[in-house]
Design a protein around this ligand. Structure first.
Ligand code: FBP
Length: 554
């Protein structure tokens, strides 16, 4: 890639580290906390993770740790969707390894977990690392969504690690990838191998978080990038005063991104999937909510506005959730048969006897191009690819229909022109904000200390994130601590519990207290672009979500 002026300058940015990690490697000791338990289904999780369950929390402190100088060979994997800052995790890991011992080697597994299974690697030299410092994307080694689940895949992963003579593998991923990391750590020990596995919390979706993992990396940059774009549209809408912008925001399941962007920009409407599911709102009720704001604003002659829609919404609307579930089951029962059909009409015919009448009616009622999107390939974890379902267009169509009916009854006199947008892939590879650049570097460096200290089955953790970076607390959280049992493809599986938007949490409550005003008045807030240079109160701020959550804890 050609190098832009900003990238050239960002190479010179030195990520800030917490005090505990900025000391000389002769001076970083491990402090062991209390033993831990899984968040739920303790006995079942304990039964599956016989060798890695219940490990203690780890923090780093000042003190001697002879192990940090050992020569190590480590392999790193980037897994799942891109998130800004992934390259800095690798840079932090690399710098830690080399400070510990210049002979240590870092391998990058190519194109995600498949690189481990198929032994496809490249050695990451200082020159390669330097070319990717503080840049977005995962292109240094590529990413992928292969799920390591079959016994042969586990065996092949161990074989690769042995062939390379690895001491440890670092998995940079979300909840599914880190569940995989926990299973690998357990498997290696069960096979009598001492190869360690450490995870790092990645996903723009922000749903890999708990008491010890305050946020996943990439969420900060992605939300700031989308908020800039939403703010720009607000200015445009308020200038021309003629469009309603329906904006779908990425985030596979949880609505954290939509909520953070709403707190940043103050739109007229922001739908929160978790609330819609809790209140069991139907698709029609969602349309009511949007129309209510359109009608009130039309009463003030404001025939324009902004609607934020979380990407995962359809999976939280009860009747659509049922439909998706039934489609998943029907397709899984005869995957090959279904794959042979290419026209939507024939797909409908095929499904007619395989799903309930209610679900069939809903599918049939959808515009054909949107109906087809519900039938596209599932991802390797069995999820519907919600990023490819055009919910924003579906809602515009339904709102138009409702407004036409209201107009016919003389209950609406406004004008409605809507534009659909999807902000997703645009935000996943942005230059990491200073927050993500610092956070990621610290996560990678912390992964090095965990590895050199002989630990396995841990997620690298950096917390106290609303304080200045030097006060952040680095360490490790046992992966089994975050697990519970969920049904996947009809079977009980251990998985890291996804953190959805908490309706009793401070971010949602703050939004809820303001949304009635935002729905009617024009209270738009334009946050502008991410700033990389300038005063800390502009450049080094965490998300509003994180600030509100932390303030609530105090
Ligand atoms: P991860 O959970 O792997 O980080 O993925 C996040 C995400 O960006 C989602 O927000 C989105 O639904 C999905 O990836 C899109 O997947 P793909 O890149 O395979 O189209």
């Amino acid at each position: 890639m050609d190098i832009s002026a900003l990238q050239q300058i960002r190479y010179g940015y030195t990520p800030k580290l917490p005090v505990s990690l900025s000391r000389s490697v002769d001076d970083i000791a491990v402090e062991t906390g209390a033993a831990t338990e899984a968040v739920a289904d303790k006995e079942k999780i304990k039964g599956i993770f016989k060798l890695t369950y219940g490990k203690p929390l780890i923090t780093f402190t000042k003190g001697k740790n002879e192990q940090l100088h050992q020569e190590l060979k480590v392999g790193v994997i980037l897994s799942g969707g891109q998130a800004p800052g992934g390259h800095n995790v690798i840079a932090g890991l690399y710098d830690g390894l080399k400070k510990g011992n210049p002979n240590s080697i870092l391998y990058g597994f190519l194109d995600g977990p498949i690189g481990l299974v198929e032994n496809k690697t490249k050695i990451l030299s200082g020159d390669i690392i330097d070319a990717y410092r503080n840049t977005g994307g995962f292109d240094i080694i590529g990413s992928g969504r292969t799920k390591i689940e079959k016994p042969q895949q586990f065996a092949a992963s161990l074989e690769t690690a042995k062939q390379l003579g690895l001491n440890a593998i670092v998995v940079i991923g979300g909840d599914d990838s880190n569940t995989n990391a926990a299973l690998l750590a357990e498997y290696f020990l069960a096979q009598g191998s001492d190869i360690q596995v450490i995870g790092c919390p990645k996903t723009i979706d922000g749903d890999l978080k708990n008491e010890y993992i305050e946020t996943s990396f990439g969420f900060d940059t992605a939300c700031k990038t989308y908020s800039e774009l939403v703010g720009n549209l607000m200015r445009d809408a308020n200038s021309a005063k003629k469009y309603w912008h329906f904006i779908k925001l990425m985030g596979r399941s949880a609505s954290h991104i939509a909520l953070e962007c709403a707190l940043q920009t103050q739109p007229n409407i922001c739908l929160i999937s978790e609330e819609i599911e809790t209140k069991q709102h139907s698709l029609d009720t969602v349309v009511d909510i949007i129309c209510d704001s359109i009608l009130k604003r039309a009463g003030n002659n404001d025939n324009f506005g902004i609607v934020l829609i979380p990407e995962g919404l359809v999976e939280f609307i009860p009747e659509i959730k049922n439909l998706i579930q039934e489609l998943n089951n029907a397709i899984a029962d005869d995957e090959q048969g279904f794959a042979k059909i290419d026209s939507f009409d024939t797909q409908l015919f095929w499904l007619n006897s395989r799903i309930t009448e209610d679900s069939y009616k809903i599918l049939q009622s959808l515009p054909a191009d949107i109906g087809r999107q519900f039938l596209m390939d599932r991802d390797p974890h069995g999820n519907v690819q919600v990023s490819r379902i055009e919910t924003e267009k579906l809602l515009i169509g339904m709102v138009e229909k409702r407004l036409r009916a209201l107009k016919a009854e003389n209950a609406y006199k406004g004008k409605f022109n809507a534009l659909a947008h999807f902000f997703g892939y645009e935000g996943r590879c942005a230059f990491p904000s200073n927050f993500d650049a610092d956070y990621c570097y610290a996560l990678g460096y912390s992964a090095f200390v965990l590895i050199a200290s002989g630990l396995t089955g841990y997620l690298s953790s950096v917390r106290n994130l609303t304080a200045p970076a030097n006060e952040w607390i680095a360490g490790g959280v046992p992966l089994t601590m975050m697990m519970n049992i969920e049904r996947r493809h009809g079977e009980e599986k251990p998985v890291i519990k996804k953190a959805l938007v908490a309706l009793d949490g401070a971010p949602f409550k703050t939004f809820k207290s303001k949304r009635a005003t935002w729905a009617v008045d024009t209270c738009f807030r334009v946050p502008g672009a991410i700033q990389y240079f300038g005063p800390p109160e502009v450049c080094d701020q965490p998300t509003v979500t994180l600030k509100l959550e932390k303030r609530n804890e105090e």
